[in-house]
Design a binder for this molecule. Structure first.
Ligand SMILES: *[C@@H]1O[C@H](CO)[C@@H](O)[C@H](O)[C@H]1NC(C)=O
Ligand SMILES: *[C@@H]1O[C@H](CO)[C@@H](O)[C@H](O)[C@H]1NC(C)=O
Ligand SMILES: *[C@@H]1O[C@H](CO)[C@@H](O)[C@H](O)[C@H]1NC(C)=O
Ligand SMILES: *[C@@H]1O[C@H](CO)[C@@H](O)[C@H](O)[C@H]1NC(C)=O
Length: 380
């Protein structure tokens, strides 16, 4: 009897070790860091609305383009823009698939992300309001996404999984360049949040929002990252800059039109939640995040600065998403550049790439410049 128990135990230990060997742990995931050129580049892909591939037709293209246009054009655009920009990270900001038209969500997801996977470049995804409109729930979709090759997506951060709302909230830390004084510190912090789909709260109809629990997690994470940044070894002043990516715009995006946004256009409303959950205030108060990047409103692609925080739309990427005929599908690129001497981040710039013959670059602008001096801070 005892022997049998022992054998059973050994068998389970064996199964457990097999399981642990197969489960990808964070230590196997690539660590992100600035390149030797002192840059870290992020490609944002907003609103692919991918469905079933070749049989899924394009929306809002010119009459002459209609006959030969499908989801595959979205795939081709992504392959081209990845080749042109060679980003260090690709971020899909939701409505990756258009659930209503999708026959098999796993197949559609895999096909939608295929060019990113094929590029071997690390990538992450969060969800929009349409991803779960097929047969998989938001949780099931994120659980599938995190198993795909080369992704750094997470379902939720382990330390907050018991309280946080939504699926697809996580943080990525970008270390300083190899062999620089900040090679072991995160000098750029990325936050990904699940802005949900539709409100389930009575009397508050419409789109969802970033919940209090998520803002709490953001604040805790930001403070923890600052403690490490300010701590030994090699303590730094202030906070490392951060960027936040989610799908549904904050109501504060309403503060801009084509005239007073820094660059880009407004061609439709801002379809945010009908209530203001205060995330803008949380971000400005905390101060580390310099820019927010969203999707959702496909024919808006501006960046505007309000109270020191840039609010940027990605602009619609996918051909099965609504758009504007003759107004090219587009993607947003963000580059953070290091201060050569101090090894921390000096500037954050952005531009967009259009899906035209030459992948035109438009609306290049500086989003943020460090106010820390170029000289090395004296050690106390
Ligand atoms: C879509 O792809 C087809 C086939 O390559 C091409 O002929 C067509 O011009 C593309 N349409 C658009 C709108 O880019
Ligand atoms: C970074 O960490 C590595 C490995 O622990 C160590 O060898 C190196 O000296 C550290 N470099 C700096 C600049 O802190
Ligand atoms: C931009 O212009 C609009 C319309 O004139 C105005 O309502 C809004 O307050 C302006 N926003 C900023 C940030 O100046
Ligand atoms: C930058 O350097 C100048 C001159 O040395 C000094 O007066 C100023 O306070 C410094 N600013 C910061 C943010 O350290």
């Amino acid at each position: 009897m005892a022997d049998k128990t022992r054998r059973t135990t050994l068998f389970f230990v064996f199964l457990l070790s097999l399981f642990l060997a197969l489960v990808p742990t964070s230590s196997h995931r690539p660590k992100l860091r600035f390149g030797r050129n002192g840059e870290f580049k992020i490609l944002q892909v907003a609103d692919m609305h991918f469905a079933n591939g070749a049989t899924t037709r394009c929306l809002d293209v010119l009459p002459t383009q209609k006959a030969h246009c499908s989801d595959l054009n979205t795939t081709v655009f992504m392959t081209r823009v990845i080749a042109a920009e060679k980003p260090d990270l690709i971020v899909f900001t939701g409505d990756n698939i258009f659930g209503f038209d999708v026959k098999d969500p796993v197949k559609s997801m895999n096909a939608a992300f295929a060019p990113a996977i094929a590029s071997k470049i690390p990538w992450v995804a969060i969800l929009g309001n349409h991803d779960q409109e097929s047969t998989l729930t938001r949780q099931e979709l994120m659980k599938h996404i995190v198993k795909l090759p080369n992704t750094l997506s997470q379902v939720n951060p382990p330390e907050a999984a018991h309280y946080i709302d939504g699926f697809g909230n996580y943080n990525l830390q970008i270390r300083g360049a190899a062999e620089s004084s900040l090679q072991n510190k995160s000098v750029l912090n990325l936050y990904f949040l699940d802005s949900g789909d539709y409100s389930s709260v009575p009397y508050m109809e419409g789109y969802d929002w970033v919940k209090t629990s998520q803002q709490f997690w953001f604040e805790r994470t930001s403070k923890r990252l600052q403690r490490v940044y300010n701590g030994e070894p090699n303590p730094q002043q202030g906070t490392a800059p951060g960027l936040a990516y989610f799908h549904i715009p904050l109501p504060e995006f309403w503060s801009f039109d084509s005239k007073n946004a820094t660059k880009g256009v407004r061609q439709e409303g801002t379809y945010s939640a009908s209530t203001n959950s205060g995330f803008f205030t949380t971000l400005v108060t905390r101060g580390d995040v310099k820019s927010v990047f969203v999707g959702h409103d496909h024919v808006n692609d501006f960046c505007g600065k309000l109270k020191g925080l840039n609010l940027c739309y990605g602009g619609g990427f996918g051909y099965h998403a609504y758009g504007k005929a003759g107004w090219e599908r587009r993607a947003r690129v963000v580059v953070a550049e290091l201060n050569k001497k101090r090894a921390d981040v000096k500037t954050i710039r952005t531009w967009k790439r259009l899906d035209d013959q030459h992948l035109s670059v438009i609306d290049a602008q500086v989003l943020w410049t460090s106010s820390v001096n170029g000289s090395v801070a004296p050690r106390l």
